[in-house]
Design a protein around this ligand. Structure first.
Ligand SMILES: C=C(O[C@@H]1C=C(C(=O)O)C=C[C@H]1O)C(=O)O
Length: 193
């Protein structure tokens, strides 16, 4: 594959981007404003709450079930594709306007005793970032649209940037995939890429 020039990467990222790139490799195609969001490693819930100002932050649970992960999700978690997993899809909303949609995946066999099944509309981040031994793996970025399963998630598919990483905590590997929507760009005056 011939390496794209910075100009090509910024003009036609969809054509030149493999699905997931290490976040630093995606930087030439990303504005500085978006880099601040996509490359951040602290809690997205906290950042959205602050950025939203007086807007009310809410986690809208779109779907939470047991099912088979997508092939690239299983690869990211280092599990067999045919292994059942905990699947969670949410929209992170400010004043009921979705700014981010997220899909998280964890191997079912690793969930015992973690209490994640009862998370409901509490933010996964509020649980994750309380774990003292939490380790976050490298961040990857994409400009491709998310592949969600829940119908209402699919209708939200207007992602500007996506990112994902694997969190490790006491024997649990949790893949968290977050897609920043154009509604967030509009509300915060962020660039289109
Ligand atoms: C990982 C975090 O949790 C957020 C909340 C999620 C949820 O409730 O399912 C999913 C992804 C995150 O954007 C975070 O706040 O950084």
């Amino acid at each position: 594959m011939i390496a794209p020039t910075v100009r090509q990467a910024s003009l036609f990222p969809h054509l030149l981007f493999p699905h997931w790139l290490p976040v630093a490799a995606a930087r030439p195609a990303m504005s500085a404003s978006w880099w601040q969001w996509v490359a951040s490693t602290d809690s997205l819930t906290s950042r959205l709450t602050v950025a939203g100002g007086t807007k009310a932050f809410r986690v809208q649970l779109l779907r939470q079930t047991i099912g088979l992960p997508l092939r690239d999700e299983a690869l990211a978690l280092g599990i067999e594709p045919r292994r059942y997993a905990w699947l969670r899809e949410v929209a992170l909303c400010l004043d009921d306007m979705p700014w981010v949609v997220a899909r998280s995946v964890a191997p079912l066999s690793q969930l015992q005793g973690k209490g994640l099944e009862g998370l409901g509309e509490r933010s996964l981040g509020s649980w994750l970032f309380q774990q003292p031994d939490l380790v976050r793996g490298p961040l990857y970025a994409t400009c491709h649209q998310p592949r969600f399963v829940a119908e209402q998630s699919a209708s939200l598919l207007d992602s500007v940037w996506g990112r994902r990483s694997v969190f490790q905590h006491s024997g649990l590997s949790l893949l968290v995939q977050e897609y920043f929507l154009s509604t967030m760009a509009d509300d915060l005056g962020l660039p289109s890429r």
